[in-house]
Design a protein around this ligand. Structure first.
Ligand code: FAD
Length: 445
């Protein structure tokens, strides 16, 4: 296996595709081609501080510079208005352009164009790319599918939540403060954002089946009428006018049940897309992409560990999806005014009734051999699982937890046994304290 000779093609240059490209570069892969076509519409999206950390961890520089400071986020939910938190509002066109700049500056071969026909065999892939009217053939040993929700998936088994659509309108008004707001209503919820230049993004999310949306020619008027009834929308409509443009985006939560094979992998929204209510789409796209380079590296370098690497990726993607689906469910359930309406009833119960977090219970800790990322590869190691962490925790600030838990389980009432184990592992005082605190947080007395 020669790392430089292995060709990898990444389809889609959003945050997921970009993060995989940078991660592979760090692992020594130099024959990487990323094919990206700009989004056909403008969008403003809100991100949390975790996205800043994720972008930094992935190695983005220009994309980070595109992030404005956090701005106020107003919420009216279940009839209560608050200014609960803040978010950073990003202009996706500028953000995506900055991702391309990062890729180019770090020596990744970028083709700006549309990926069309894809022929895949067990030994490689051929993609036809339309780049400014020119047809380019790209051959590669490995394929990364990162085309977001647009990634073809007809042949894949997918789990879908309630069918959801978000309709985005653009308004122009007086320059003002950058801010955003969320408000629930009987048939869905609204998200509004404004930038300093007076550009406003007004997005209404509905259930596809029950919402009785009018035909396309009357949709804009229908949305405006709805927005006029919402308290939080008023500052965004004031002294402003619709530009007449409108864009509908599917926002159904979707989990692919097969996200990786021997010579391909799906990342970001192509692997699983969450409900935009959680405001965590970019974060989850980065999460699945930060782990993908180690999975790809293992598939290419140590094919005998393919099943382990594939299991790792699928389990993590699935776990992340359910975590965000449950966060969304609990937020929908907090809206009680229209609990009997189809929009709210369906979403307040999906995907299941498992609590977001399980109570710590030391008797439920188990030591299991499970896959983890270690130095750019997937390896099976002893980890500690709990009902809240079913995929296991390997170490705490570098200290492996499995031997500690085994020592605890051998004699739960005797702290001296743990101390002996800590000494045997040559842990310093700080590490010993951290280990004991961790055990107590798990429910040890
Ligand atoms: P994308 O960002 O979609 O990137 C995929 C890229 O592939 C795009 O550039 C696309 O143009 C390109 N592409 C597609 N087809 C082709 C092709 N054939 N050839 C070449 N290129 C192609 N997330 C947040 O964090 N905060 C929010 O506020 C938020 N709001 C949202 C609101 C709505 C209505 C929706 C639907 C989603 C929202 N999201 C939000 C989610 C967020 O947009 C995605 O989760 C995130 O962008 C996923 O990143 P990605 O790289 O996987 O896919």
């Amino acid at each position: 296996f020669i790392v430089e000779a292995t060709s990898i093609v990444i389809l889609g240059a959003g945050p997921a595709g970009g993060a995989v490209a940078l991660g592979l570069k760090k692992l020594g892969y130099s024959n990487i081609t990323i094919v990206g076509e700009a989004r056909p519409f403008c969008a403003m999206e809100g991100v949390s501080e975790r996205v800043v950390d994720g972008l930094r961890g992935a190695g983005f520089r220009y994309a980070l510079e595109q992030l404005p400071p956090a701005s106020a986020r107003f919420v009216t939910w279940n009839g209560v208005t608050s200014q609960a938190n803040t978010e950073r509002l990003i202009d996706r066109a500028a953000f995506d352009a900055a991702i391309l700049m990062d890729l180019g500056m770090q020596g990744i071969h970028v083709i700006q164009g549309r990926a069309g026909k894809l022929v895949s065999t067990p030994t490689g892939h051929n993609v036809t790319v339309d780049s400014s009217g020119q047809s380019i053939q790209v051959d590669a040993d490995f394929l990364v599918e990162a085309r977001g929700r647009a990634a073809p998936a007809a042949k894949l088994k997918r789990l879908r939540g309630a069918e959801t659509v978000s309709i985005l309108q653009y308004w122009d008004g007086e320059p003002g403060e950058r801010q955003s707001a969320v408000q629930s209503f009987e048939e869905g919820w609204a998200w509004m954002a404004a930038d300093e230049k007076g550009r406003r993004y007004l997005q209404l999310t509905f259930d596809v089946v029950s919402s009785k949306l009018p035909e396309k020619s009357r949709l804009a008027e229908f949305c405006i009428e709805k927005l006029k009834t919402l308290e939080q929308a008023q500052p965004y409509l004031a002294n402003a006018a619709s530009t007449g443009e409108m864009h509908a985006r599917t926002s159904t939560p979707i989990l692919c049940q097969e996200t990786v094979g021997d010579n391909w992998i799906r990342v970001g929204d192509a692997a699983m897309a969450v409900d935009p209510l959680s405001g965590n789409g970019i974060f989850q796209a980065l999460s699945s992409s930060l782990q993908a380079p180690a999975v790809i590296n293992t598939l290419l370098r140590e094919p005998e560990k393919a099943l382990l690497a594939q299991r790792f990726h699928q389990l993590r993607v699935t776990e992340l999806f359910f975590r965000f689906a449950r966060i969304g469910r609990d937020f929908y359930a907090m809206e009680e005014q229209w609990a009997d309406q189809p929009f709210w009833g369906a979403r307040a119960q999906w995907p299941d009734n498992q609590p977001m977090h399980q109570q710590p219970d030391i008797s439920k800790l188990l030591v299991k051999t499970l896959p983890v990322v270690n130095q750019g590869l997937i390896e099976a190691v002893d980890v500690v699982t709990s009902p809240d962490q079913p995929l296991g925790v390997w170490h705490l600030n570098g200290v492996p937890l499995a031997p500690i838990v085994l020592a605890y389980q051998s004699s739960p009432d005797d702290v001296a046994v743990i101390q002996e184990q800590c000494i045997a592992m040559q842990l310093n005082e700080l590490q010993q304290r951290q280990v004991l605190q961790w055990l107590m947080a798990q429910g040890a007395s």
